[in-house]
Design a protein around this ligand. Structure first.
Ligand code: CTP
Ligand code: MG
Length: 225
């Protein structure tokens, strides 16, 4: 029987410009805990995770080691964009890891069962797996002048979330290209490799704006999540 070793890289090194708080977004508190701590609370409930790498702004590395009382934890400083922060996380993975999940700290209420579904799909042979939800709005592709180029059929669209799961060797290869993207799956697509979508969760929403922070407060007060 082969044993597969799983690591989760939580990227938390963004500034949170759109949220507009004086501290970086992952360190903003909801219900007395930071978004990052809420995310870690859920990640440690996922069975079979051997390493949790947290990527934070340089000035927060020391505090994060102290704040997160979690075995299996590694803390590193992030980069100028999300892709660079993920790469920093990948650079400290322990040798025996063969499945890597990349997760946004800002999606701090993503339930453990979404992680489990992503791991299961990678284990069953998919090199890249992302959670996604059907899109509610009709989405237009527009050009630089604001003119609509095309309207993709809504039924074929998914709004994708994290954690995104990968075969480690494939993800390392994708990052070796040195290009940036807003998610890791896009780097896999650029290699011409397949990316599988599994069902996401409403609770995996990303805290981006002040309204999202209100939603995060509501989640905490209306559920046991
Ligand atoms: N992220 C990161 N390093 C960066 C940029 C983003 O680790 N240089 C992380 C964020 O901390 C977040 C996730 O990537 O958990 C998704 O990014 P986003 O929601 O855009 O967060 P921010 O970049 O912090 O927010 P904004 O774009 O509003 O500044
Ligand atoms: Mg950003």
């Amino acid at each position: 029987m082969s044993t597969v070793s799983v690591a989760v890289v939580i990227v938390a090194a963004g500034l949170g410009t759109r949220l507009g708080h004086p501290v970086p977004k992952a360190f903003v508190e909801v219900g007395g805990r930071s978004l990052l701590a809420h995310a870690v609370d859920r990640v440690v409930q996922v069975p079979g995770v051997d390493q949790v790498v947290v990527v934070v702004p340089d000035a927060f590395v020391e505090d994060t080691w102290a704040l997160l009382d979690t075995p299996l934890l590694t803390v590193v400083s992030g980069g100028a964009d999300r892709t660079a922060s993920v790469a920093a996380g990948l650079s400290v993975l322990v040798e025996h890891v063969d499945v890597v999940l990349v997760h946004d700290a800002a999606r701090c209420f993503t339930p453990p069962d979404v992680f489990e579904a992503v791991v299961a799909a990678v284990r069953s042979g998919d090199v890249a797996v992302v959670p996604g939800l059907p899109v509610i709005d009709t989405v237009k592709e527009v050009d630089a002048d604001g003119l609509v180029r095309r309207t993709p059929a809504r039924a074929s669209l998914r709004a994708v979330q994290t954690p995104q799961g990968f075969d480690r060797v494939t993800l390392d290869r994708a990052h070796a290209s040195g290009t940036s993207a807003t998610d890791d799956a896009a780097l896999i697509e650029a290699l011409g490799l397949p990316v599988r979508v599994v069902p996401g969760s409403d609770l995996a929403f990303k805290v981006t704006t002040p309204d999202d922070l209100d939603r995060a407060h509501a989640v905490l007060t209306t559920s046991t999540t």
